[in-house]
Design a protein around this ligand. Sequence first.
Ligand SMILES: *[C@@H]1O[C@H](CO)[C@@H](O)[C@H](O)[C@H]1NC(C)=O
Ligand SMILES: *[C@@H]1O[C@H](CO)[C@@H](O)[C@H](O)[C@H]1NC(C)=O
Ligand SMILES: *[C@@H]1O[C@H](CO)[C@@H](O)[C@H](O)[C@H]1NC(C)=O
Ligand SMILES: *[C@@H]1O[C@H](CO)[C@@H](O)[C@H](O)[C@H]1NC(C)=O
Ligand SMILES: *[C@@H]1O[C@H](CO)[C@@H](O)[C@H](O)[C@H]1NC(C)=O
Ligand SMILES: *[C@@H]1O[C@H](CO)[C@@H](O)[C@H](O)[C@H]1NC(C)=O
Length: 538
Amino acid sequence: MHLGQLPLTLLVLMLRGTSETCTSRPHINAVEGEPFFLKYCPLSPVHEPSTTKWFKASESDGKVELRSSSSPRITLHDYVLEFWPVELDDSGSYVFQRGNDTHDWKMNVIRRSKHSCFTERQVTSKTVEVGKALQVDCSHSYYQDLVHRTALYKNCEKIENNKNPSLKKNAEFKDQGYYTCMFFLHHNGKLFNVTSTYNITIVEDRSTIIPAILGPKIEHVEVELGTDVQLNCSAWLNEKDYIYWSFHRKDGQDPNEHEGEEIKIRTSEGKWHASRILRIENINKKNLNFSYNCTVSSDKGPDTKRFILLTKGRGDIPGHVFTRGMVTALVISGGILCLVIAGVIYRIDLALFYRHFTGRDETLTDGKTYDAFVSYLKGCGPAHGEERAFAVEVLPRVLEEHFGYKLCIFERDVAPGGAVVDEIHSLIEQSRRLIIVLSTSYMLNEVRYELESGLHEALVERKIKIILIEFTPVSDFTFLPQSLQLLKSHRVLKWKADKSLPYNSRFWKNLLYLMPAKTVQPRRGECEAEPVLAGSCP
Ligand SMILES: *[C@@H]1O[C@H](CO)[C@@H](O)[C@H](O)[C@H]1NC(C)=O
Ligand SMILES: *[C@@H]1O[C@H](CO)[C@@H](O)[C@H](O)[C@H]1NC(C)=O
Ligand SMILES: *[C@@H]1O[C@H](CO)[C@@H](O)[C@H](O)[C@H]1NC(C)=O
Ligand SMILES: *[C@@H]1O[C@H](CO)[C@@H](O)[C@H](O)[C@H]1NC(C)=O
Ligand SMILES: *[C@@H]1O[C@H](CO)[C@@H](O)[C@H](O)[C@H]1NC(C)=O
Ligand SMILES: *[C@@H]1O[C@H](CO)[C@@H](O)[C@H](O)[C@H]1NC(C)=O
């Protein structure tokens, strides 16, 4: 055994030794009042049995052989000399002899501290960096089997008391102090205690860190061909560590790739930070899909990060496709919007076209004779000449001759005389629509009966639909029966004089739309000219 093994032995003592420890140190301290032992460390395996002897050498008495009988506090077992307990006058030299081998120790018994639970000269010092693991494990490798209770003290204040107390935590500065393990053991009916004390000092982080590159281990960088890119690699590291880029290829280096200088700074907390740029100019296909590796080199082992360049939009929608898609979507939605607007504006034309296209005819099965009964202000005077002309001439010319409807115009279709009231009633019943040519004076006239009869049919029996034509602008509808005022506004058509005259005017289209669907071909013939509003009286 030589001195070089000393720290290892201490470490084993301090941590947890399961194997029995022998005493290899030549100079030994023991604490007064504690059980103590000396154990010989055999240098070579023992082959033949040989007698062992223990001696105590002192200046006054010389070399005296020790026997169990020489003191009640001494026990001998082959290689071991035990004291129960050791006392101050046990200080001195001890010799162990086996055959021709001898080993000797110099033992110094220290006076027990009166005011402390441990003896300052008998402490093991240990420094722990803040944040690192602090571990105090109370177990005694030699007396383990005899220990029945162990207490752990910090600065002589008990912090734990059980069979095997231990402390394990991340060190903080407040953890600094003396940690004493006190083992209680019985021997020959007496209670003894053995202490082992650690002087634990918490020191600052010595700032040897495990270097770490910031960010994910693999970073995909989106680039566009022909542009430049800077890959920035940065890391936390130690002062001596450094960052480098690997970008060399088997087929030689790409002249577009340039590694920058390492920039290293120390932060206010004393940590080191470094970054290094790799610049790639005028990116070409060769630069894509290639692992640019950034490595931090350190005693604590390297850390590496890979950068891989990808063209923009891979896996996502490429830019131009996206733009095209947006434009297409805008055009389509614009188109739909236009169609909707056009559909609203040309709703009537579309309905008429649809009617024409499908050839629907709702007049075939209802058994009615007329498509519409025209109710207007009768009588011929300068005040209502135009209304009459419109009802008797323009309406038939357009609806009958041009569009093939059949109208019932009382004045024209019914012979004078007879029961007027009954007749009007049955004619309205024979008609699919009631067209009322409305003017201010209309209500004052006898046509009122037609109106009321038609309204009854329309509103109560739901047999006829009413079409109101506002021939002259009617400002005040209050003279109309209330039921008529509720007529849907699209069933009220405004005659706009010359503007409404042509066959393709909005007025006629709206009127056709309100008229029943019919497939009868118009009686086209002599008069394809525009209808004329003459204002004549028979
Ligand atoms: C430990 O033993 C010593 C000596 O026998 C004694 O003076 C001391 O009080 C004991 N300590 C405890 C905590 O029992
Ligand atoms: C021990 O010493 C004696 C004489 O002193 C010698 O005869 C013997 O061989 C020695 N034994 C060993 C193991 O060296
Ligand atoms: C405990 O450790 C500190 C710091 O290392 C030291 O200053 C002190 O003297 C030590 N105490 C003993 C009793 O060894
Ligand atoms: C690289 O990144 C580090 C940390 O993010 C930053 O401090 C440094 O300024 C960057 N370098 C460049 C050239 O952008
Ligand atoms: C970077 O690292 C990866 C994986 O460790 C390796 O496959 C690749 O060849 C390296 N690239 C370079 C340029 O060294
Ligand atoms: C990039 O590499 C992956 C696999 O490593 C491969 O599937 C892919 O085709 C490569 N792309 C290009 C553009 O080389």
